[in-house]
Design a protein around this ligand. Structure first.
Ligand code: BTN
Length: 342
């Protein structure tokens, strides 16, 4: 009913709706209406009250489960959302509910993560109220060897979503870092539970730096990480008054869920070639000189990716290597020796 109260107020945003008509529409007492309004205010909805005119919704918060649900265009992804003000890691929570058998597409979102995790056992900085920290439970009908295609597809979906939601163009650094102005904007952490031939579930964790200002990143991240807001603030052709916009995170999340669902449908109908082509289209890795970082380190040209998403690197001595996973640095993009990790 609280949700219905919000719907009624939202349908007449910036206008007064009388307590009487709300109580009639919802079939509850005016005291109950008052109680729901009070709760909504506590959740960040700015609602003005007047004893004569009723209630007027004047602004909605940037992120919560209702805002994600409002106008969401997907069929499966994000149809059920768990929203937390604070959690250790949305991937951890998603794993807990996946084990219990939650619906496919269930999405976990948090304002802050106290132990956000990155790839290769790293920490993921997830400051409060600034970014998108989300995990989605997927149950694709593919074998565990095909998991990389999901990660590549997710990167494509995020690039498209950011473009649609904000107009900002980003690129993909193999395998799945989203890069803006030569710095890392978004990371994707894919975790799975699988048997030899079958994936039980996949947790797709996505972290996007949205409204961070420079000081929201630690010293060690400052030169390698960026946010959408920092990009806008740095864009020289904007006039001063246009600076310091805050992006609505719920709008970006809805776009990510929508684009991800399109990509996911392609995976489930075996259209991997289309996904690989799209990935190549947004790649900032292919054709560049890269340094492969790992047990044996070497430099070469990133020539292509395989059907399975491995990076094909031609070493200086002409030998071709297939890189399965791990880390590369792109010399031209990041500067020699700097890693695009945050
Ligand atoms: C990377 O190392 O690039 C991957 C970073 C993934 C971060 C996201 S934020 C939401 C989800 N929960 C986590 O603990 N990690 C992922």
């Amino acid at each position: 009913l609280k949700n219905r109260t919000l719907q009624e107020l939202r349908s007449k945003i910036y206008e007064y709706v009388s307590g009487e008509s709300l109580s009639e529409h919802l079939g509850v007492s005016r005291t109950s209406v008052w109680k729901y309004v009070k709760e909504l205010k506590g959740e960040g909805y700015a609602i003005e009250s007047s004893s004569k005119k009723g209630y007027k919704l004047v602004s909605v918060p940037d992120l919560n489960a209702y805002e994600i649900a409002h106008g969401l265009k997907t069929e499966i992804l994000g149809r059920k959302v768990f929203f937390f003000n604070s959690i250790d890691s949305t991937n951890n929570y998603a794993k807990t509910i996946a084990i219990k058998g939650c619906d496919e597409g269930t999405t976990v979102v948090a304002e802050v993560q106290t132990s956000g995790r990155g790839r290769l056992g790293r920490e993921w900085s997830s400051v409060s109220g600034k970014g998108i920290w989300m995990s989605i439970v997927l149950k694709p009908v593919i074998g565990p060897e095909s998991i990389q295609i999901i990660t590549l597809a997710a990167a494509v979906a995020v690039v498209k979503a950011i473009k649609n939601a904000t107009g900002i163009e980003t690129g993909i650094k193999w395998p799945n870092d989203i890069i803006l102005d030569g710095k890392k904007l978004c990371g994707i952490l894919t975790e799975m539970s699988a048997e030899i031939e079958r994936v039980n579930y996949i947790i797709l964790g996505i972290g996007i730096n949205v409204n961070h200002e420079g000081d929201d990143f630690s010293q060690s991240l400052k030169h390698i990480a960026t946010s959408l807001k920092m990009h806008i603030n740095n864009t020289d052709n904007l006039v001063k008054e246009q600076k310091s916009v805050d992006f609505r995170r719920s709008e970006i999340i809805k776009c990510v869920l929508f684009e991800l669902e399109q990509m996911y449908n392609k995976i489930n109908s075996g259209m991997n070639d289309v996904i690989l082509d799209e990935w190549k289209n947004y790649s900032v890795t292919l054709g560049k000189e890269v340094k492969v970082i790992g047990k044996s380190e070497y430099i070469g040209i990133a020539e292509n990716i395989t059907q399975e998403g491995r990076l094909i690197v031609r070493r200086i001595d002409g030998v071709k290597e297939e890189v399965l996973s791990g880390e590369i640095s792109i010399r031209e993009l990041m500067g020699e020796g700097k890693k695009a990790e945050s």
